[in-house]
Design a protein around this ligand. Structure first.
Ligand code: ASP
Length: 331
């Protein structure tokens, strides 16, 4: 049985479908995300009244439009609340589209030793059967659990690690999956049932120097994603290099190739990537397959992503470049 931490839980609202509204009740497709405040979402779930909650609205956006400015604000506020002794955990309401990116970013940057729980919904608040209220209740339940440390995603009754979770369905309410690893736990009627004896989390030590650098950075180092596919002739990569020569703001510092199968890359694209690499651009291979990781084998000039999906490999590389960057900001 999970132990409650009985400390304050801070709910941070960022928008998304969970806060979405349609002009016609029950329309699950034509709606505007990020309309209902986090405070009003909480008020709609009477079962939350027993929890010691604080609510703060960070932003009201459709997470498809997530950008560095919002991430920076969110990172700063989560770091602030986690540092408060009286706070036991943080819940973030978020859109589903880039939720896995925000979760991964927060884990990599903050390495929290308290719970940071992201939740969302696939149906707007005006749906006939919105999924947001139950997800919110489950997320608060998980955030209030002493055993949870690190960033997790709670949706459709399941708890996912930030490095494994991916949105895999465009419409279904249980749209998230943790691939081969599977979710770490489920939440049933306010009770967390662990699938493993303890939740394995990454080292919970925050790198204050990196955090300061991130909060000072005007933008993340440019890392773009290109896909290997039939007919991939590398023209996208070469166009980026030309654009970067004309205007340094467009020069990629890194490229992630969403490779076929076990990290294989079309030979024409590989040639363009090698040219980019010889100009100092870091190239990383991830697989475009929905399941599995790139298993090291035949020598490749491009290192693999260590099991990260293309979007997470992009963030990992950008953060690495930022960490190595002398000029990114004051430490
Ligand atoms: N476009 C929405 C968002 O990511 C989708 C959702 O939340 O389900 O904000």
């Amino acid at each position: 049985m999970a132990q409650k931490n009985n400390r304050v839980l801070v709910v941070l609202g960022t928008g998304g479908t969970i806060a979405g509204q349609a002009s016609r009740q029950g329309d699950n497709v034509n709606y505007v995300a990020g309309q209902v405040t986090a405070q009003d979402l909480m008020a709609g779930v009477p079962a939350l009244s027993g929890f010691p909650l604080e609510v703060e609205q960070i932003e009201q956006i459709d997470s498809k439009d997530m950008h560095w400015g919002v991430w920076k604000k969110l990172i700063a506020r989560v770091a602030h609340h986690l540092a408060r002794d009286e706070v036991g955990g943080v819940v973030i309401t978020h859109g589903t589209d880039t939720l896995e990116e925000t979760a991964f970013m927060l884990q990599r940057v903050l390495r929290p030793n308290k719970a940071v729980v992201l939740t969302c919904a696939m149906r707007p608040a005006t749906a006939l059967v919105p999924d947001g209220p139950q997800n919110l209740l489950d997320a608060v339940t998980v955030a209030g659990c002493k055993e949870v440390k690190g960033v997790v995603v709670v949706v459709a009754g399941q708890v996912h690690r930030s490095d494994h979770v991916t949105k895999v369905h465009s419409y279904r309410v249980d749209a998230f999956d943790s691939g081969d690893a599977g979710p770490v736990a489920c939440v049933e009627e306010g009770v967390i049932r662990w699938y493993h004896s303890a939740m394995a989390v990454e080292d919970g030590t925050q790198d204050k120097g990196l955090l300061n650098k991130i909060l000072a950075a005007g933008t993340l180092p440019r890392v773009e994603i290109v896909t290997s596919h039939a007919d991939a002739d590398g023209v996208l990569v070469r166009s980026l290099l030309i654009a970067g020569e004309r205007d340094p703001r467009f020069m990629p510092r890194g490229l992630v190739v969403a490779a076929t199968g076990n990290g294989t890359v079309h030979r024409a694209l590989a040639s363009a990537l090698s040219d980019a690499q010889s100009l100092g651009v870091r190239v990383v291979r991830a697989t475009r397959c929905a399941r599995g990781v790139v298993i090291p084998g035949t020598a490749s000039p491009f290192p693999d992503s260590g099991g990260l999906s293309p979007v997470k490999a992009r963030l990992a590389l950008a953060l690495l470049l930022l960490a190595q960057d002398e000029t990114a900001g004051a430490a």
